[in-house]
Design a protein around this ligand. Sequence first.
Ligand code: P70
Length: 468
Amino acid sequence: MPAPKTFGQQLGRRSWAEPWKIKMVEPLFMTDRPTRERTRREAGYNTFLLRSRDVYIDLLTDSGTNAMSDRQWAGMMTGDEAYAGSENFYHLEEAVQRHYGFMHLVPTHQGRGAEHLISRTVIRPGQYVPGNMYFTTTRLHQEMAGGIFEDVIVDIAHDPQDRGDFKGNIDLAKLDALIARVGASQIAYISLAATVNMAGGQPVSMANARAVRAWCDAHNVRLFLDATRAVENAFFIQEREPGYADKRVADILHEFCSYMDGAWMSAKKDSLVNIGGWVAVNEWALFEELRNLVVVFEGLHTYGGLAGRDMEAMAIGIAESVQDEYIRSRIGQVRYLGMLLEEWGIPMVEPVGGHAIFLDARRFYPHLTQDRFPAQTLAAELYLDSGIRAMERGIVSAGRDPKTGDHHRPKLELTRLAIPRRVYTQAHMDVVAESVKAVFDRRAEVRGLEMVYEPTYLRFFQARFEPR
Ligand code: P70
């Protein structure tokens, strides 16, 4: 047997490790294959309908699944559970002002609460909302407020094999074409997400943010950021964009946000907490509207549906999330898994993005048409093989066109392996990689699924399937 080598040695460099150690552990349980055959059938072949106790390694989402630090847990104990004016609200406000740079903050229970508020206050029915690829809840709230989503992301975002550095960028020619067609007054705002979840966690460059800002100024259109994974986006700018290698991620994030009129946030991702969100803007009049609406749907404007302790954990999590060594190791772990899979020829979105590996189910199962739900099928197969839980991000997630009632047919038919922050180790990544490989090796035997129950809203959460 040749001498074993660490991963770093295999790559001809020194290995690195996470900048934290583990203080508390939570046992995992492995089920056997006959049990998983049953549990996946009972869950209608939909990983959202599995019980977590039947899951081994849970890569359903990086949302709310983060491990908090000892400081965050200590912060939880300082929760000021006053109905109004909680001290923790002011800590959160200060953290958002310092790191994201927005003046006025409205907390919400999570991201979609914030999407609801901003969509309702800024969209007039019939207006367009151009965005760099849709996100499920974002688009639904825009549509429920009467808006019409228009995809203005660069074309390469739809090509899993294009290795562009900034596949999340907005294509300004698409914005020009839209404005020529409908006029500036018919554009509610530009909806910019960084990174872009549905494109594979792909980043937006600083140059693009700056150019979109200039476009917005020229046409008097507002620009709002989905800041859910903007810290991860800042890491890619530091790594890839000329002039940013020597800047701190914290400073890059601040500059990026300075081009925005405001932002909404699902803090359950970047901010290293299990629940929480916010919307923040610079305009006072808009803030007043948001602050007024939050009391109808979420709670008073100093808690927005959260406990004081949740806001404290978020305030501390924000400061931890912008530390360079933390973010490098977070994205490094995603890349480690990506490197193994790439080496073995597994089809996926490249380059690997910030929060997840996105397997390319079209190339994984070339014999299945999109009507056989290849990405849904792949998630069900992975679960059967090892109890690993992934998420469909293809035709099921895309839903139906509200006008025609037909399926949206996204070019990207992906199965996402999202990596929770500070939760799993490199050994878990090895187990995941080997399971993906085992499923890939058996790909020819797979026949696809049929949808037998379809809910009205965000159907992917509760839809049920049967094997073909
Ligand atoms: C995920 C989660 C949430 C999310 C997001 C972006 C870029 C807003 C939100 C909403 C959870 C999820 C949501 C819908 C379908 C599947 C999974 N993404 N913007 O796993 O925030 O969940 O806090 O309401 O990624 O990607 P929230």
